[in-house]
Design a protein around this ligand. Sequence first.
Ligand code: 5AD
Ligand code: SF4
Length: 440
Amino acid sequence: MKSKVYIETYGCQMNVADSEVVASILNDAGYSATEEIAEADLILINTCSIRDNAEQRIWGRLKSLGHLRRKNKQLKIGVIGCMAERLKEDLLEREKLVDIVVGPDAYRQLPQLVAEAGSGHKAVNVLLSREETYGDISPVRLDKNGVSSFVSIMRGCNNMCAYCVVPYVRGAERSRDPHSVIREVTELFEAGYREVTLLGQNVDSYNWKGDNTALGFPELLERVASINPLLRVRFSTSHPKDMSDELLNAMARHENICRHIHLPAQSGSTRILKLMNREYSREWYMERVESIRRILPGTAISTDMITGFCTETDEDHRASLSLMEWAGFDFAYMFMYSERPGTRAARKLKDDVPEKVKAERLSEMISLQNRLSAKSKKADIGRVFEVLAEGRSKRSSDFLSGRTSQNKVVVFPAGDFKKGDYVSVLIERATSATLLGTVK
Ligand code: 5AD
Ligand code: SF4
């Protein structure tokens, strides 16, 4: 009988994609993926280090797995991903909750390390690589809907945002061979998938060198979009310093490239952006937004924002709010600054904004964004959108749930439609999280 691996994923979409690569590597080594943790011989926790609370949550989870270990002496527990990379051997030592530690570039070693963990060896590999992209590996899809999937196009990050741990835990940036990207997406389409999201820490700096040519992101995106007009293509994340008009023009040429850009601003204060080492100003960011509005009218824009970064004043904070108001973001992820050991900010700047102030600023920002999101949804009422159905609505099986090209969730009566169908929906109402409509 095949051994069983249970993989639990925390953090970003990149981790979701990585878990599928890990499932594939282990599958080749005789493990099948299970959704039942109780029947697993191997539990892998794919972890995130982006903020301290992400790591605390994972420690809590590891402790809660203790009872399974006591029940099954053969069970092995591994920590993989960003937190494995950051904490290395310490993860094995601290509280003895873990048998295996593997960083994001060492997943090919997993089968060997799992075997070694049984023989009293220290099963750790956290070497980062300059080349590894797992390009040749066909991920085992762990999602349940069969309509939408993530495809990683690059790994690592060469930006040095002062607050960010990613370059340290995911290593230097490298781009994946475009042929393997096209092959993977084509296979997904043939298997019935209708949407892919191309993933990288900074997709705009995708740059593959080979075949005596260089290939940038706009061209890769167009190639992927040309696979089939029935395939929706999304991408994440764009960096404001690199997001070019060339990219926007490429999007304009393909209706199936979704009209949504995630463009993290982080702050609206040029002084703070400079300290963050973001390499753009407030004005530059605004100019990029204007460019999106000009070249791709009707495109949704979302952002990430941090409150309480080192030295942030009330005035800086108000600059963030006014930028959000000006841009009218359709959606935003907002966070309190969390100092990460080893980053440039941790080494050079003082984490001097009191937690209470960070929290107050965050809650003010969230209220503002709630208002902006509601406004954005309200503007859709009375309009017709093409919705890609992803599955039954959570509330009622008589309804389907899907998304517009702008990435807004729409719920509508299912009728004879099924997931994977494109449906024209007239938007009639908006709740705080979703649009409600009828089939046109
Ligand atoms: N503290 C708070 N938020 C952070 N992010 C990245 N690093 C930190 C940190 N140290 C946020 C940024 C990034 C998103 C993925 O997480 O907004 O865009
Ligand atoms: Fe993703 Fe960054 Fe978290 Fe790693 S640390 S899982 S790259 S969000």
